[in-house]
Design a protein around this ligand. Sequence first.
Ligand SMILES: [Cu+2]
Length: 342
Amino acid sequence: MHTAAKLGLYAAGAAAVFAVALTAAPLIIPADASAAWTSNEDEHMDTTDAGHGGHGAAAASASPADDVRGLSVSHSGYTLTSLSAPGEAGEQGELAFRITDAAGDPLTDYETSHEKDLHLIVVRADGANFRHVHPRHDGDGGWSIPFAFDAAGTYRVFADFVPSEHGETVTLTSTVDVAGGFAPAPITADRAITTVDGLTVEVEGELVSGAESELTFTVTRDGEPVTTLEPYLGAYGHLVALRQGDLAYLHVHPMGEPGDGETEPGPEIAFMATAPTAGRYLLYLDLQLDGQVRTVPFVLTASAGSTDAAGDHAHDGGESHDAPAEEGTDTHGDTDSHGEGH
Ligand SMILES: [Cu+2]
């Protein structure tokens, strides 16, 4: 790839990711790429600002390891509190919690992000039973959704939202213990091809520690490319990446969006992603086809890679580069149980 093209892609991709997905996190700049950032700062800032307001200034000093969210019950003055959920596997109940501000008052004003005021991820600590749902706001800082856990274990709950007064994404986390016979499902190998409900999805690309890289998912059914993906919360795909171990939360978004004149409804969905550190990541791709949302899981290991080589991992694979878009929902195809709150 020519240097100029590489820098341009890097800047555009970075802006896209940060504008929509990582707004609360400091920008990451691989040391070797600092010069590139500097020279592209203007366009980068413009695109970023279009998303959520400037935070590029803090970027230069950030280290990749800082680029994690979803590790704390309280952040930026906001706190996830009063979490309650069904206590036993299979028990139908309600998952509820409150969000408070720095003064301890209910947080009532949210900025819509990816078509929702709050996104909720629920996943077991070992990465199993991922769910992405949208609870209902009671207007006074309380959020709830009918919920049942399929299996026992300790679950992490992530609330992802943009306080209006804050203007940047906040991701808070807490845990829920669910009683029952516990069958651990440790993930011990990478997984680049997954079949769910007859859909086979393969991911190409690599995660590289501290650098942006492009991940391209190709969707087929019965060996044929799927070109009829449906917009879901404004995009053709939605990707959540969690670091194995602490489940640090990396929320990435596709390049391109429906209706931009360039992005096709499959078979490829491309994302820009930055792994904060080397190691294994659990990826969950939400996509909608035939009116049904499905979650397709993957496992990738981020290499420690030099930042120089990292740029080359941003394949200029061709199709859908551009502004990002939306959010997804759901998990194992059982959309019926948690389609509420939309
Ligand atoms: Cu969501």
